[in-house]
Design a protein around this ligand. Structure first.
Ligand SMILES: [Zn+2]
Ligand SMILES: [Zn+2]
Length: 249
C-alpha cells in the first residue's frame, strides 16, 4: 500500500502544513484546518476518499472537516453521492461533525441535511476493530493525551501493515503496539526536551523506551512536529508534505 503525507505540523508549528496523511487514496487520516490546501497541493483525488479518520477533537485534527464536506457537496452538485463516506472518530463524532459544519457554514446551509444522506459515522473505542474495506481493518487503541484520543494499527489480509500513534505522551502501552511489528509507525514526535510540560512524545522517549522493543525492524516516521527536522537515528525519519511511503502488503 501507499501512504502519502499531506502535512506534518503539530498544533504549534513554524508554518508547516498540519499533520495529515492518506493511505491508498481512499483512507484519509485527520482533517486539520488547512486540509483543503494540503489535499490540492498533493493532487489528491477527492472522489476516491471513502473513509476519514479523526483521532481526537483538537482543532488541528478536525477543524478542516466542514470545508472538505462543503467541497464534496459542491462536487456532487448537492445530489447524493452514489456511495457513503465513513467518518471515524471519538464518541460523539456525528454531533461534533454536524456542529462544526453549522458553525462554519451557518445553521441553514443545505450541507447540514446533505451530511445525513452521504456520511456514516462510526465511534472509535479502545481495543475496537473497525472494518475499512474488503480485507482491511483497523485495531484501535487509546493514546495518552488530555482529551480522548485514538491511534490504530492497519491490517490487511490479517497482516499488520502500519500503525499511527496520534497525539500522546509516552506510555508503556505503546510497547504492546510496537511488539505487533508493523512495518512502520507514523507517530506524534512533537515533544521537545525544552517543553515546560510534557504533552507529546519526544525523540528521546522513543529512542530510550520504544525503539529498543522494535528489534531493529520498525521504521518510525515522526509527524505533528514544530519545525522540519532531519534524521537523527537510523530508525527515525521525519515526514514532510508530499512524501510517499510504499509498503509491501
Ligand atoms: Zn494535535
Ligand atoms: Zn491534540
Amino acid at each position: 500500500m501507499q501512504i502519502r503525507i499531506l502535512g506534518n505540523g503539530g498544533a504549534v508549528n513554524d508554518g508547516l502544513p498540519y499533520n495529515s496523511f492518506i493511505a491508498d487514496n481512499y483512507f484519509l487520516v485527520e482533517t486539520p484546518p488547512d486540509i483543503m490546501n494540503s489535499l490540492f497541493r498533493e493532487k489528491t483525488d477527492l472522489s476516491a476518499i471513502r473513509v476519514i479518520y479523526i483521532s481526537h477533537f483538537h482543532g488541528d485534527h478536525y477543524f478542516g472537516l466542514p470545508f472538505l464536506i462543503l467541497r464534496l457537496f459542491f462536487n456532487s452538485a448537492g445530489q447524493s453521492m452514489n456511495f457513503k463516506i465513513r467518518i471515524l472518530g471519538p464518541p460523539g463524532i456525528k454531533n461534533r461533525s454536524k456542529e462544526i459544519c453549522r458553525l462554519a457554514l451557518s445553521e441553514n446551509h443545505p450541507v447540514n441535511s446533505w451530511i445525513d444522506d452521504n456520511f456514516i459515522f462510526d465511534e472509535l473505542e479502545a481495543d475496537g476493530r473497525i472494518h475499512i474495506e474488503n480485507d482491511s481493518y483497523l485495531k484501535v487503541f487509546s493514546m495518552n493525551h488530555f482529551t480522548e484520543t485514538y491511534g490504530f494499527s492497519f491490517f490487511k489480509n490479517y497482516r499488520i501493515i502500519f500503525s499511527y500513534f496520534a497525539d500522546t505522551i509516552w506510555s508503556d502501552e505503546l510497547i504492546s503496539q510496537i511488539k505487533l511489528f508493523p512495518q512502520i509507525i507514523i507517530t506524534d514526535l512533537n515533544g521537545e526536551p525544552s517543553d515546560p510540560q510534557k504533552i507529546h512524545l519526544s525523540e528521546e522517549d522513543l529512542i530510550e523506551k520504544g525503539i529498543p522493543h522494535s528489534k531493529g525492524k520498525i521504521m518510525f516516521y515522526g509527524t505533528h512536529i514544530k519545525k522540519q527536522k532531519g534524521p537523527s537515528h537510523k530508525q527515525i525519519e521525519y515526514v514532510y508534505p508530499g512524501l510517499v511511503i510504499s509498503l509491501p502488503e
